[in-house]
Structure formats: C-alpha cells, structure tokens
Design a protein around this ligand. Structure first.
Ligand SMILES: [Zn+2]
Length: 172
C-alpha cells in the first residue's frame, strides 16, 4: 500500500460538510498525512490512521471545520514541554467528533457545552504534547472514543482522498 493512500472510503469532497480549519489567506502544509508508516503516529490500521497534521505557527487561529457542540477542552499545558496536549473536541449532529490537538497554552477559545458554527474561531494552535514542531493534529472519530474516519474538505482544491502529505492547502 502506498503511504497516504488509505483503504477507507472517502466522502465526496465537493459535498463534504468539512472546511479547512483555518482562515482564508493562509496556506499551510500537511506535515503528516493519513495512513503513514508503522513507526509514525498516523499508522495505517490504528485509531489515528485518518488524522492529518497541518504545520502552522503557534497562535494560528483554528476554525471549526464543521458546526457542532464542544464536548471537551484542555488548555493547561505549556508549548514545547512534551507534557500532555491541549485540545478541543467538537461533536457534530451525526455523532462524529472532531479533535483539534496540540493547541497552545490556554488555546481553547470555547467552553464545554457551547454550540459552535462552522468557521468560528475555536482555538489557537500550538506545540503541546507529543509534538516535534508547531502543528495542528486534526481528526474526526466515528463517535466519541472510536477510531478516526476518512474526511475530505469542501473549500479547497480537489481532495478526493483527503489532504495529502507534503502538499499545501488554502481555503478558497
Ligand atoms: Zn498527528
């Protein structure tokens, strides 16, 4: 299997309910794609297989990729400390849960139970937890605690197999 070519079924990107989780005007590169080698954190067959890492400077505004309700936040850890990661989790109306990880200290900009709209600023990105450089780890789980599922994004260039490692993307 080619790295980055997961066997999963990707939803049609042209009708995807997801937008890129950052603002128009910035282009960011995918540092680690989905279904990477066995030694990587998005290894094929693991619960994080369909995650993507997007390289972005600490403090970049993270936008809700899709509307939903905030189910969990963490913001107490320091950037670069290699402690646990800060995060925001948002459950969508179909039960899927988006995870935004490695946020900066005090990075969450929303509260548990809060309803958020697509494109709303939900966090500031960072470099917390098991992270070697500033980036946003984004994944969508089938439901809380379940494994990641394939996602595509509507507001950018064609991405029938999701965002590809090494490529830069910008909201359009
Ligand atoms: Zn990751």
């Amino acid at each position: 299997m080619q790295p980055g070519m997961c066997p999963g079924s990707y939803p049609d990107w042209t009708t995807s309910p997801y937008n890129l989780p950052w603002a128009a005007g910035s282009s960011f590169k995918v540092g680690q794609g989905s279904c990477t080698g066995a030694a990587d954190s998005h290894a094929a067959g693991t619960s994080d297989a369909f995650a993507i890492d997007i390289d972005m400077p600490i403090g970049t505004k993270v936008l809700a990729a899709r509307a939903g309700t905030v189910t969990a936040i963490e913001g107490q850890y320091q950037d670069g400390s290699k402690q646990k990661a800060n995060f925001v989790k948002i459950q969508h109306d179909d039960g899927t849960v988006a995870q935004y990880f490695h946020l900066t200290m005090n990075g969450p900009q929303v509260s548990v139970g809060e309803r958020v709209t697509q494109g709303q600023i939900v966090a500031l990105s960072g470099n917390t937890g098991d992270s070697s450089q500033p980036h946003l780890h984004f994944q969508v789980d089938a439901c809380a605690g379940q494994g990641s599922i394939p996602v595509t994004f509507k507001n950018t260039v064609p991405n029938p197999r999701g965002l590809l490692e090494g490529r830069a993307y910008a909201p359009q």
